[in-house]
Design a protein around this ligand. Structure first.
Ligand SMILES: Nc1nc2c(ncn2[C@@H]2O[C@H](COP(=O)(O)OP(=O)(O)OP(=O)(O)O)[C@@H](O)[C@H]2O)c(=O)[nH]1
Ligand SMILES: [Zn+2]
Length: 354
């Protein structure tokens, strides 16, 4: 059987019924990475779940399973090789959210691939914290995901002062205030939550991420929970990590996103604090610490009221933190290598002694 895949390529006119791949978040960026033959022989599937035992993915023809692969994460697109699923080719990513692996592992842990927009969520109350929002924004920039700040619980408190502070974070980051339980959530998020787009939520516990996910994914979110028996025959409820709404965006909701911390975000910090870094290049001294040095452009901007001193402080803190984080990742890796080397030496010495 030959399928007509011409409609999946950019520039073609959409046909009805809606393209099933588009409902999964398929975009011309991915289509441009393969030709019509590959499209037929190895149809694209999107990874919906990652488990130790393997991957689950969904494509035009339904759900498939693949062997585990450390270089694949939720949201990835694979060209499914039905004969040898392990050989399925991963398409180049549009974006990638990753973090330092917790505990003793030294590698980066992949959290989510191919998100278009991340809704950085906080509430108009004590949860609101500019420094934390900046971290999330830097992380989004680092991952090549568009950040949008969403302020929930606007029905409980006057959102105006929160909106004002959030808008000061970056001219490149839109800010929206809403009641997450209201009917107009879909409309408010519509500019980013269009069909074919993939979105996710970041933020502390209790700020309304689940409420917003349900608003976008509708009843789908609830009905996509899967009941299954675990190894011991107990019933367990498993959440899908990718909600496919059919008519709206794809909503990515992995446990990893909820536990996310600041990872390597040096590039993201440079984007967020581009103004300060730009100013710093005009300081008289190259290694200016922007403290008491003469000819410091950064201090001059503060004195002129053009730069918020608090913002400078937060930039310093984040930059220092980032330096420390990056160092520990590298140090850990060096240490692990040294240990492995020593182990091999001991083993070979043992062998030689025999
Ligand atoms: N009044 C009001 N209540 C809200 C709003 N957003 C969320 N809530 C309520 O706050 C509580 C927590 O919302 P959730 O959506 O579960 O928050 P969450 O971010 O998913 O929390 P975790 O699942 O712990 O990560 C629920 O009782 C919501 O109904 C809002 O905008 N206004
Ligand atoms: Zn300076």
């Amino acid at each position: 059987m030959t399928r007509d895949y011409s409609q999946l390529f950019p520039g073609s006119t959409p046909t009805t019924p809606p393209n099933p791949l588009r409902a999964l978040g398929w975009q011309s960026f991915f289509a441009s990475q393969l030709d019509a033959d590959e499209m037929t022989e190895t149809p694209p599937v999107r990874v919906t779940e990652v488990h130790r035992s393997g991957l689950r993915a969904r494509g035009a023809a339904g759900d498939v399973q693949l062997p585990p692969d450390a270089d694949v994460t939720v949201g990835d697109w694979l060209l499914y090789d039905a004969e040898t699923p392990g050989r399925s080719r991963r398409l180049e990513r549009k974006s990638l959210i990753q973090r330092r692996a917790p505990g003793r592992e030294t590698r980066m842990q992949l959290i989510a691939a191919n998100l278009d927009t991340v809704f950085i969520t906080t509430s108009c109350n004590a949860d609101f914290n500019v420094a934390r929002l900046e971290r999330y924004v830097a992380l989004a920039f680092e991952a090549d995901v568009t950040p949008v700040i969403v302020l929930t619980k606007a029905d409980l408190e006057d959102p105006a002062p929160y909106v004002e502070q959030a808008e000061a974070i970056s001219a490149r980051v839109p800010v929206i205030a809403l009641d997450a339980r209201a009917d107009d959530v879909q409309a408010a998020l519509a500019p980013w939550a269009k069909p074919g787009q993939t979105v996710g939520f970041l933020g502390s516990s209790g700020v309304g991420k689940t409420t917003l996910t349900n608003a976008l994914a509708g009843t789908e979110a609830a009905t996509q929970d899967i009941r299954e028996d675990d190894a011991k025959g107990r019933h367990t409820t498993r959440h899908r990590e990718l909600y496919i709404t059919g008519t709206g965006p794809v909503v990515l909701d992995t446990p990893g996103m909820r536990e996310l911390q600041l990872a390597d975000v040096s590039a993201g910090l440079s984007t967020l604090f581009a103004d300060i870094e730009e100013l710093a290049t005009t300081c008289k001294f190259r290694d200016c610490a922007h403290e008491t040095e003469p000819g410091c452009a950064v201090r001059a901007a503060i004195e002129a009221g053009d730069l918020d001193p608090e913002r400078l402080m937060r930039w310093r803190k984040l930059a220092a933190e980032e330096e420390l984080n990056a160092a520990t990742v590298h140090e850990k890796r060096d240490k692990a290598r040294a240990t492995a080397k020593m182990y091999r030496r001991v083993q070979s010495e043992k062998k030689n002694r025999r």
